[in-house]
Design a protein around this ligand. Structure first.
Ligand code: G
Ligand code: G
Ligand code: NA
Ligand code: MN
Length: 249
């Protein structure tokens, strides 16, 4: 409860910031996009993990202002990164808000950023609860130009046939599968089947949570096109992304 009270003033007090984690092409480690991840440095609680405060933000409705803050911040930061795509996490509660698509489109327009530079990261839970409404909302976002990415793939309930009905451009293999890579034959087979599924449906596949060189090597062998994780790069401030891109040329 105290967290909720402190969070209420966090946006206006400038306690929130956005970190970015690179997503790279497995073959040559080119940075193709970054994922925006909100950070909260509270004078009262210190650094609070989004895993702890996002659920509070969802319950209290603060997620809408936080979501707009993250999106606005990303729009400003992207001006320094020509052509780079940015993934934005979107909670089910945000998508349920009737003005969500219009608000995001307006912020992008105001900052002169085209919607196709974004990938909105959504989770399966959202699709399962009300597939008909979800389908309509995703179609609308897609028609506005936003890219769509299915996050934490494999942890929910959606079947293959189900995934087919939604207009995703990207799917992200959940880090729990990557963590098991090489430890048992089943996890390799599961990742292999998710990669094959992406290929069949013409959806780009990203594996998340790569923490070791061995995991990266195995994903290369499995021909997973894109990877993300601490082994490649940690979430970093915008200025470090700018420096990284300059260094890579
Ligand atoms: O950054 P970290 O890995 O600690 O994130 C923990 C969780 O918080 C993840 O599930 C991530 O998707 C979520 N998260 C991080 N940033 C945002 C954000 O800007 N909006 C929403 N809705 N969720 C976020
Ligand atoms: O739910 P979502 O997939 O959006 O969560 C993203 C979270 O995963 C972020 O909080 C990010 O900090 C975290 N993350 C990114 N790379 C790694 C990694 O290699 N290992 C682990 N354990 N977490 C990671
Ligand atoms: Na995500
Ligand atoms: Mn994820």
């Amino acid at each position: 409860k105290r967290l909720g009270v402190a969070l209420r003033t966090a946006v206006e007090a400038g306690e929130l910031s956005v970190a970015y984690q690179p997503i790279v092409r497995t073959s040559d480690l080119t940075v193709i996009s970054v994922e925006a991840l909100v950070r909260w440095d509270s004078p009262e609680f210190g650094r609070v993990s989004p895993a702890d405060f996002i659920p509070v933000a969802e319950e209290t409705g603060l997620i809408h202002d936080i979501g707009k803050f993250v999106f606005q911040t990303a729009c400003q930061d992207m001006a320094e990164w020509p052509g780079l795509k940015v993934s934005i996490n979107v909670s089910p509660a945000q998508l349920r808000e009737p003005n969500f698509a219009n608000d995001f489109a307006a912020i992008a327009r105001r900052n002169a950023v085209v919607p196709n530079r974004f990938k909105l990261e959504l989770t399966e839970g959202l699709l399962v609860r009300n597939p008909t409404i979800a389908k309509r909302k995703l179609a609308r976002l897609k028609s506005m130009g936003f890219g769509l990415s299915l996050d934490d793939f494999g942890t929910g309930f959606s079947s293959i046939g189900y995934l087919r009905q939604f207009p995703f451009d990207w799917l992200k293999i959940d880090k729990s599968f990557v963590a098991e890579l090489g430890t048992n034959p089943t996890s390799n087979a599961l990742i292999q089947s998710m990669i094959a599924l992406g290929d069949a449906l013409d959806i780009a596949v990203v594996a998340e949570g790569i923490e070791t060189a061995e995991q990266l090597q195995l994903l290369r062998l499995l021909q997973c096109e894109y990877v993300q994780g601490f082994h490649l790069a940690r979430p970093m401030p915008a200025s470090e992304v700018t420096a990284l891109l300059a260094r890579l040329g």
